[in-house]
Design a protein around this ligand. Structure first.
Ligand SMILES: [Zn+2]
Length: 320
């Protein structure tokens, strides 16, 4: 059968490791997966959305592997852009077993709630964006906790629990190679643009937990971070410092606007007005602005912070 490898954009990042760009909404290098191979095993870190299943499988074939040989699926967390394809993959790939944080597991074994809440948000665009969101049979799923160690694809991967962006978020650290696969907890930074955006969707955003997770990541002293959105970060302490600063500064700004009685739509407009110039200073490319919006949009950013302040710190919403 003819294979359309044009769907695939794969880059080898180290021996036995590849970065896969999934052409989400027709855009490359926004949504990424990672493939690890070794010891007769194949592992996918963050399989991506269900709508990108075919490009993902094409990418694995493009590297020279048979997707049927996939043994491990390792979502950093269960958001749809990272783990939406998990159930469909498990159904199609007989050897594949899923490893996910215990708090994320129920969302994969029964996707009914995820589908319902995403349908409320995305409406008619639901299937175009996310494709099928199938459940994973419990017997194919294994729960992780921070401190676990996985022997996967010839590597020893440490599992570290990193809540803040999501309560079911883990990172996978190969201490031998210094490679750390960080999902969304190290923020969004797209290739070629010197700009970090904190992805802060509802409902789990927790600034204290996220700050602690950033401290934990620093303490591992990784040589390189691999982001979900998108690619490699080599200046690790600098990148994490900027992320933490921005995460907290945006939080303060949104808290102020809430205290002054602004509603959600007004706050979104104010955040755009405040932060777009920062991004425009580092790129004049209007397309780059749209690309950041695909990776992490302003509406969800604001909704995440508003929920966080109301739920975790209602006392701070009182005007001083
Ligand atoms: Zn996420």
């Amino acid at each position: 059968m003819e294979e359309d490898f044009s769907l695939a954009k794969v880059t080898q990042i180290s021996p036995g490791a590849w970065q896969i760009s999934l052409p989400f909404l027709g855009e490359h290098e926004i949504v990424g997966s990672y493939l690890l191979a070794g010891g007769n095993e194949l592992a996918i870190i963050d399989p991506g959305p269900g709508s990108m299943l075919e490009p993902l499988l094409a990418s694995i074939r493009a590297v020279g592997f048979d997707p049927q040989e996939v043994t491990h699926i390792l979502p950093t967390h269960v958001h749809l852009d990272h783990a939406g394809a998990t159930g469909s993959l498990v159904r199609q790939l007989p050897r594949a077993q899923v490893y996910v944080h215990s708090k994320g597991a129920p969302h994969l074994t029964d996707t009914t709630k995820v589908v319902a809440s995403a349908s409320r948000i995305y409406g008619d665009h639901m299937h175009m964006l996310w494709g099928d969101i199938e459940s994973t049979p419990a017997e194919r799923l294994h729960t992780l906790e921070g401190g676990d160690v996985l022997q996967v694809a010839g590597r020893r991967l440490e599992v570290h629990y990193t809540p803040g962006h999501a309560i079911h978020h883990v990172v996978f650290f190969d201490a031998h190679s210094g490679e750390l696969f960080v999902g969304d907890v190290a923020g969004v930074k797209l290739p070629g643009v010197d700009y970090v955006r904190p992805p802060t969707p509802p409902p789990d955003l927790d600034l204290e937990a996220w700050s602690d997770s950033i401290t934990l990541i620093r303490s591992l002293r990784p040589d390189i971070l691999y982001l979900g959105h998108f690619g490699a970060i080599k200046e690790v302490p600098q990148h994490l410092g900027i992320l933490r600063e921005k995460l907290l500064a945006w939080g303060d700004f949104i808290l102020e606007t809430m205290r002054s009685g602004k509603n959600e739509a007004e706050i979104i407009a104010l955040v755009i007005e405040k932060t777009q110039p920062e991004l425009q200073r580092v790129t004049r490319d209007a397309h780059a602005l749209q690309r950041y919006e695909i990776a992490s949009n302003y509406a969800m950013t604001v909704q995440g912070y508003m929920r966080y302040w109301r739920k975790k710190h209602p006392e701070r919403l009182q005007a001083p």
